[in-house]
Design a protein around this ligand. Structure first.
Ligand code: PLP
Length: 371
């Protein structure tokens, strides 16, 4: 088990195209295809723009997001047999806000050291560590980097949780950036460990909508202390608006809601979320588009002799050798990819799945570099 050093920078590295970097290269944002963020490749559902134009910009949004929570509850009842009432749903300004609310609710610099610890299955989304660091927490991580297929030793994870008794345990499923997708029994092992030690398992399902054969994780809520965190930003390509939600017990939901600033989910995001959920066929179409592009890209890159580990999510890891060098060369061609050095994977880039034509352009550019 590794303890993370407190000398690390407080803020994590993220994908996404940064205007300052583009300016330095003489590029404009509209000249760049962004493969560094992984969101739905088919753009927002049709009704979203119309819904946005109807929003009264002079009115405060509903701080409790009532209509949106009702729509999320209905959506969940269509995809799961587990009923989820609105009292178990919290909407956030992106799922990232919910991750920070969790850290504030369950960790604190004023707690005794032994009661201010978090456990993270790494490599993974940097915001977990970032949020816990802001609380001055001791962070342990179980690394999957040197394991076959980047799959963690979950028995070891459960034993470590039993020993360290962390207040929060972070698991991303499917995992960013490795694309590893754990099954019900594997995740249950961690729920049980959290149950015994009094911790809370944070199951980040930001990419679940793109998994070809998902299982119903809502059933975990009956098994033990778990919160599911989901991203409508990613599901519906609402990246500029920021929208996410969590599903947990009423008690956990209330605890987080108390810490959330009023109106943090603005009126445009709420309206967009409602319009997106009204398009009930959208997620199937997005998943199909991901699969088509992903199959093409992984086959084409493998043809180039590049190792592409299997991924259950809407992104691929690609072993290129010198990730920073490849990322620099690709951005100069107007193609932004995620250099995975900050994940501890300096030989890999991560490529978010975009429409097929964009993936063809990327494959051509990478063929040029692989020569
Ligand atoms: C695993 C994971 N969770 C959450 C997020 C943040 O999503 P949101 O836009 O909903 O804040 C990201 C963004 O990259 C992510 O990779």
């Amino acid at each position: 088990m590794d303890k993370l050093e407190n000398s690390q920078p407080l803020r994590p590295t993220h994908g996404g195209v940064k205007p300052a970097e583009l300016r330095a290269l003489g590029l404009k944002p509209e000249d760049v295809l962004d493969f560094s963020a992984s969101v739905s490749p088919i753009g927002p559902p049709e009704g979203v723009r119309e819904a946005l134009s109807q929003v009264d910009l002079a009115a405060y949004p509903d701080p409790q997001c009532l209509l949106l929570r009702e729509a999320i509850s209905n959506h969940l009842s269509r995809v799961s047999s587990e009923p989820v009432g609105t009292e178990k749903i919290l909407v956030g300004n992106g799922s990232t806000e919910i991750i920070h609310l969790l850290a504030r609710a369950y960790l604190s610099p004023s707690r005794p050291r032994s009661d201010n610890t978090a456990f993270i299955l790494t490599p993974t989304y940097g915001e977990y560590e970032g949020a816990c660091r802001l609380m001055g927490s001791t962070i342990s991580c179980l690394d999957g980097l040197d394991r076959p297929g980047f799959r963690w030793d979950l028995e070891l994870a459960a034993r470590s949780i039993a020993q360290e008794k962390p207040s929060l345990i972070f698991l991303c499923n499917p995992n960013n950036p490795t694309g590893v997708f754990l099954n019900h029994d594997e995740v249950s092992l961690l729920v049980q460990a959290a149950d015994v030690t009094g911790g809370l398992l944070v199951l980040d399902e930001a990419y679940l909508s793109f998994v070809e054969e998902p299982w119903d994780s809502l059933s975990l809520l009956r098994q033990g202390p778990v919160i599911l965190v989901r991203s409508m930003t990613k599901d519906y390509g609402l990246t500029a608006l920021r929208l996410g939600y969590s599903v947990a017990s009423e008690e956990v939901t209330q605890r987080l809601g108390t810490l959330q600033p009023d109106w943090s989910v603005n009126g445009l995001s709420q309206a967009a979320g409602l319009a997106a959920l009204a398009d009930t066929g959208y997620l199937d179409r997005a998943r199909q588009a991901v699969n088509e592009s992903k199959n093409f890209l992984s086959a084409r890159l493998a043809d180039l002799g590049l190792f592409v580990p299997p991924s259950a999510a809407n992104f691929l890891l690609v072993k290129v050798g010198d990730a920073t060098g490849w990322s620099d060369k690709l951005i100069r061609k107007g193609l932004a990819v995620r250099d995975c050095t900050s994940f501890g994977l300096p030989k890999y880039i991560r490529v978010g799945i975009r429409p097929l034509a964009d993936c063809q352009r990327l494959a051509e550019a990478m063929a040029g570099l692989a020569d």
